[in-house]
Design a protein around this ligand. Structure first.
Ligand SMILES: [Zn+2]
Length: 646
């Protein structure tokens, strides 16, 4: 038997060496790093943005100066907690979402009034936590502890339940509301993000108590979390990410165990089983009825669970899910589209490509932001440009399309061809998600990766530089996304040698770079950035000139109809319409799809000061402008996709 034992030992050593080779971060447990007990460290970490200008600055300010206060001062964020029951089943989500976005806004603005407002809301929230840990907006008789499993009446309809049993289930469903654990998902998330910037053990304790109450109800041998709430449990299991965040913060194994138990419950439910479906590279249309927002929020949980455990199958779940979504469910605007079909749950659920119709398919604002989050977190983990390119594309087109430039109103749904985008000032899930997308991107404009200074957007901004880069400020000057050049000014305190890398936006290529007016060379690296190494001195200017590609995209859709859409660099183009037009400019034409410049001609090319991009479809009188601008007047909306039939 001896040789056999030896063989196992040898294999184990080999496996260990392989693991160390594949996951060098495994050797480097950062237990001393407060608030991050992750086994796998992020590769890319952000530097602080201290100012933003241009379009990105306008849109961030529109939220920070308007809707941020409109919500904060309304009372709606806290009323439901202080005077239970709240008015709306998911009223409790808004405070956590607001805290997330506001905490990140504060990192840029350092606005003392905002700090005071956040403190006050956090104090009021902590003050109403029940001794048992409950911190929600439901009446005692409807909390998740009182009704831990609420079976969706549609599940009963599939089986052989009597009409009486089904009616009883419908009654419980109506009474329970089914979104109480969802409030916990956003409470823990928002509080822990806030606490990261304003450390306070009382906040961590409040989160522990919430999580302990969840464990008491849904832990090993208790109730099934996937039998609570909508869409076969996929709404409830979004808790995964928040629970892993609590584990990261506390290092307490019971939270990691509970996170893995949530995975087990998800996988045991045949209508959920998201991880198994993603690992088998199946469609995203079926797990949890394909509910886009929640499905992606579950993927965020898997990604974080990978960081906490180093278990590769969790990472693969997130990556395969992302690949499936980008291949089949994302518009040229970067928005993940959904549509109600017989095989899915409702109009916020992923549908198959052959059911695409740009007048009916739409993008839920929460889908937009969760898609950005998934890409941003994958970017942090890997430093790969492709992830932040996608997040930037979604920001510039779909997210700005959802946000009205006036600063208060948002669209819940944005339809690619719709003359009347439904902007509204209401408290909706989407209007509370939107600012989180703006702020997350604003917080990732530049960072550190492999000891490089990594410039992750050419949007005009100022970045606070750490000592390793000579201190001082990095100033990015550009008219992005209109202009195709950028100047990066090193307002550093001390001369330092290091590598600077920069990322081009999607749909562009590098023309040339100059340093202090002299032609220079930037080399592409394995993560999709361009890099230059030199001794950087105070006042150095790195100039980047890129070219925007005009691209034509073909999209298959309902009834074998093909549609075409156009992008110019990272900007999706659309016609501004006041009603859905009857005529189709491309029907019956045999277009040369590889040569969009034969189909469109540019009317106005923006430069370093103009903020306009206008193309015209030749011989049609139809002009195309940036997608997000097409709905800006409230009297019009975008027409992004055009029918194409030869
Ligand atoms: Zn929403």
């Amino acid at each position: 038997m001896k040789p056999a034992i030896k063989k196992i030992e040898f294999n184990e050593i080999l496996m260990f060496m392989l693991l160390v080779f594949l996951f060098p971060a495994c050797q480097n447990k950062s237990t001393s790093n407060k608030g991050d007990n992750a086994v796998i460290e992020n590769k890319w970490t952000p530097l602080r943005t201290i100012d933003e200008d241009g379009l990105m600055g306008e849109r961030a300010d529109a939220w920070r100066n308007n809707r941020l206060w409109y919500i904060a001062e309304s009372g709606y964020l806290i009323d439901g907690f202080e005077n239970r029951p709240g008015e709306h089943p998911w009223q409790g989500e808004h405070l956590g979402k607001w805290l997330h976005a506001a905490s990140m806004a504060y990192q840029v603005t350092r606005d003392e009034k905002l700090k005071t407002q956040m403190e006050s809301l956090v104090e009021r929230l902590l003050a109403v936590q029940e001794p048992n840990g409950y911190l929600g907006t439901y009446a005692d008789e409807s909390t998740f502890m009182a009704i831990p499993e609420v079976i969706d009446p549609r599940d009963l309809a599939d089986d052989t339940y009597t009409e009486k049993e089904q009616e009883a289930a419908r009654e419980v469903w109506r009474r329970a509301g089914g979104w109480d654990t969802w409030t916990f998902r956003y409470n823990i998330y928002g509080l822990l993000i806030y606490e990261k910037y304003f450390p306070d053990e009382r906040i961590v304790e409040a989160c522990r108590k919430m999580a302990d109450l969840l464990i008491e109800t849904y832990g090993e041998g208790k109730h099934d979390l996937t039998k609570y709430g909508t869409r076969r449990g996929i709404s409830a299991t979004t808790l995964l990410e928040s629970i892993v965040m609590l584990y990261e913060r506390t290092g307490e194994k019971k939270y990691l165990d509970f996170a893995e138990h949530i995975v087990k419950m998800s996988e045991t439910n045949p209508k959920h089983r998201l991880m198994d479906a993603m690992l088998k590279e199946e469609s995203v249309v079926y797990p949890g009825e394909g509910k886009g927002y929640q499905l992606m929020a579950n993927l965020l949980g898997y990604l974080r669970l990978y960081r906490a455990t180093g278990n590769d199958k969790y990472l693969q779940t997130a990556i395969n899910g992302r690949e499936e979504i980008i291949d089949k469910h994302v518009l040229v605007t970067g928005g993940p589209w959904t549509r109600k079909m017989s095989y899915n749950g409702n109009s916020e659920c992923f549908a198959h490509t052959q059911d695409f119709n740009p007048e009916i398919s739409h993008v839920e604002g929460c889908c937009t932001v969760t898609w950005m989050q998934l890409n941003i977190h994958l970017f942090e983990l890997t430093g790969q440009a492709k992830f932040s390119k996608e997040a930037e594309l979604t920001l510039l087109n779909d997210l700005y399309g959802h946000q009205h430039s006036g600063g208060i109103d948002w669209c819940y749904y944005l339809t690619p061809n719709d003359p009347t985008p439904p902007f509204e000032n209401k408290f909706t899930c989407c209007a509370s998600s939107g600012p989180r997308g703006l702020e997350m991107f604003s917080g990732h404009l530049a960072g550190i990766v492999d000891n490089n200074l990594s410039i992750n957007s050419l949007a005009p901004a100022s970045i606070d530089l750490t000592k390793q880069f000579g201190g001082g400020v990095l100033k990015i000057e550009s008219n992005f996304p209109y202009g195709s050049s950028a100047e990066i000014v090193f307002k550093i305190d001390r001369t330092k040698e290091y590598t600077v890398e920069f990322r081009l936006p999607v749909g562009t290529f590098l023309n040339h770079v100059k340093i202090n007016g002299e032609m220079s060379e930037a080399v592409g690296n394995s993560r999709g950035f361009f890099e230059l190494t030199r001794k950087w001195e105070k006042g150095d200017v790195l100039s980047i000139e890129m070219d925007y590609k005009l691209e034509l995209h073909v999209q298959d859709g309902e009834g074998s109809q093909q549609w075409i859409a156009f992008t110019y660099g990272p900007v999706a183009l659309a016609q501004e319409i006041a009603e859905l037009p009857g005529e189709e400019p491309f029907n019956g034409l045999n277009l040369s799809l590889d040569e969009p410049e034969k189909i469109l001609s540019m009317l106005i090319k923006s430069n370093s000061t103009d903020s306009q991009i206008i193309f015209t479809i030749k011989d049609s009188g139809i002009n195309l402008i940036p997608f997000y601008m097409a709905g800006a007047t409230r009297e019009s909306g975008p027409r992004t996709y055009f029918k194409y039939s030869k």
